[in-house]
Design a protein around this ligand. Structure first.
Ligand SMILES: Nc1ncnc2c1ncn2[C@@H]1O[C@H](COP(=O)(O)OP(=O)(O)OP(=O)(O)O)[C@@H](O)[C@H]1O
Ligand SMILES: CC(=O)C(=O)O
Ligand SMILES: [K+]
Ligand SMILES: [Mg+2]
Length: 475
């Protein structure tokens, strides 16, 4: 069952290979916690079917699989290609044009209309996450750029284009993003991923739109541009979660800088109790193979050791041949690290905010108490989830359990390291509540008779204030 699986959560992108009931159910049973819906691909109609499928499976099995809607952002793409793929070799000359058409050997449509205006002869641009490279030979500054292929390959439909050497001028929420956002909010999605975030204001603006719609959706800032690295502290401060989007980040910046950036971002997120996802190419070879490379196994393991809340799969599960086997493989790597190497990743630095200092201190002390008493469970009675984020950010050896009357929180918290949620909406006396909660943990096999449980909550219980109380009890 899902309960006995990984604490580091698994996010998987759904697509034609996985948005089917039998496959998705098996993926969840193998350890999938959050489904990513990528608005770069597919129609609303298809996304709605996927959303309904996830909800149906949740309902039938009492699961809390969360949903992350990943907005495309100002990503530049090419259009459809002839036969869904055209081969290019070094030295080929091709026109990049801003008038829509199916691309071929002679010309390729690009979605970025200012492309001929923004680029200059000699500038390099990259396609398909950097797998192909071209150089600008000439531009007419209106609708056509003549380019030479430097590194060729097979260019298939709708692949991304990166212009790391060109100053681009696009808003962070495009017209398409606004439509996709409205759709996502209408369908009560748990997490909204914003691509190509440049500054904190991008997140603040998005949060305003979300709040205005009356939604409680949380925001993931996707870090994939040098500007986001420059503004990383202020971005982490205002966002609910972060994604290290290594696909674009490794093209927009020198790829050799990504490993250290990953470690720095994860550390900052852990310190502020913001969940952080490591994404892209984690198990890339499993798109076509039933086993990962040793390097991929190491990448997943090291991301866990860095302190990631979640590791993500993209094309491995959206279009890959082995959507279930890749989750099984990822899950077993994660679990093995968590079981064997525990002391190596329990070193997160905690920052206490002045405005939440008391609650933060209570949560931090609960983790300390849990270590000291070898507790099996830390319970957070919470409506907002705040205390659970805070507790989980310290990666306690005891599992973190949320008891909440907030149904939305049960799915959104699926992204957060080591947290499992139970629905609980009775708030009678503190003694009665603790007794009931501990019994639920015992009945579900999470603690055995005689094991220690650390309960955190807020008293007076009826006031539902910030966490201010810790109780040590024995099951
Ligand atoms: N829903 C889908 N329908 C068809 N093809 C898809 C779908 N999702 C993904 N793909 C294919 O799988 C590839 C990798 O998937 P992935 O989700 O990583 O997309 P991506 O294009 O890299 O997006 P992004 O840059 O936004 O992360 C895509 O480039 C696309 O060819
Ligand atoms: C996930 C994503 O957007 C990236 O890696 O670029
Ligand atoms: K996207
Ligand atoms: Mg990206």
């Amino acid at each position: 069952m899902n309960e006995l699986h990984n604490r580091t959560k698994i996010v998987a992108t759904l697509g034609p290979a996985s948005a089917k009931k039998e496959v998705l159910l098996q993926m969840i049973k193998a350890g999938l916690n959050v489904c990513r819906i990528n608005f770069s691909h597919g129609k609303h109609e298809e996304h709605l079917q996927t959303i309904n499928l996830i909800r149906e499976i949740n309902l039938e099995n009492n699961f809390n699989v969360g949903i992350l809607a990943d907005l495309q952002g100002p990503k530049i793409r090419i259009g459809d290609m002839e036969n869904n793929g055209v081969a290019f070799a070094a030295g080929d000359i091709v026109n990049i044009i801003t008038t829509p058409k199916v691309g071929d050997k002679e010309s390729i449509y690009i979605t970025y209309t200012a492309f001929p205006k923004d680029v200059n002869p000699g500038e390099i641009f990259l396609l398909d996450d950097g797998k192909m490279q071209m150089r600008v030979l000439d531009t007419n500054k209106t609708d056509t750029v003549k380019a030479e292929v430097i590194y060729g390959g097979i260019l298939s439909s709708k692949k991304g284009v990166n212009l790391p050497f060109t100053k681009t001028s696009t808003p962070s929420l495009t017209e398409k993003d606004r439509e996709d956002l409205e759709f996502a909010l209408k369908h009560n999605i748990d997490w909204i991923g914003l691509s190509f975030v440049r500054e904190a204001k991008d997140i603040i603006d998005l949060k305003k739109i979300i709040a205005k719609s009356g939604s409680t959706a949380k925001v993931v800032a996707k870090i994939e541009k040098p500007e986001a690295i420059d503004n990383i502290d202020s971005i982490i401060d205002v966002t609910d979660g972060v994604m290290v989007a290594r696909g674009d980040l490794g093209v927009e910046m020198p790829m050799e800088e990504v490993p250290l950036l990953q470690k720095q971002i994860v550390r900052k997120c852990n310190a502020l109790a913001k969940p952080v996802i490591i994404a892209t190419q984690m198990m890339d070879s499993m798109v076509a193979n039933p086993r990962p490379t040793r390097a991929e196994a190491n990448d997943v393991a090291n991301s866990v050791l860095d302190g990631a809340d979640a590791v993500m799969l993209s094309n491995e599960t959206s279009v890959g041949l082995y959507p279930v086997i890749v989750i099984e493989a990822m899950s077993s790597i994660v679990r093995n690290i968590e079981n064997g190497m525990y002391p190596y990743y329990n070193d997160s630095q905690i920052e206490e905010h002045p405005e939440t200092f008391l609650a933060d201190s209570v949560c931090n002390s609960a983790v300390y108490l849990a270590e000291k008493t070898s507790a099996k469970a830390i319970v957070a009675m919470t409506f907002s989830g705040y205390s659970a984020y805070q507790i989980a950010s310290q990666r306690p050896k005891a599992r973190t359990f949320v008891f909440t009357g907030n149904r939305d929180l049960m799915n959104s918290i699926s992204l957060v390291w080591g947290v499992k949620a139970f629905y609980y909406d009775k708030f009678e006396t503190t003694d009665q509540t603790i007794k009931e909660v501990n019994n639920i943990l015992k009945e579900n096999g999470f603690v055995q008779e005689g094991e220690v449980i650390i309960n955190t909550f807020s008293t007076p219980i009826a006031e539902k204030g910030r966490t201010n109380t810790i109780k040590v009890s024995v099951a």
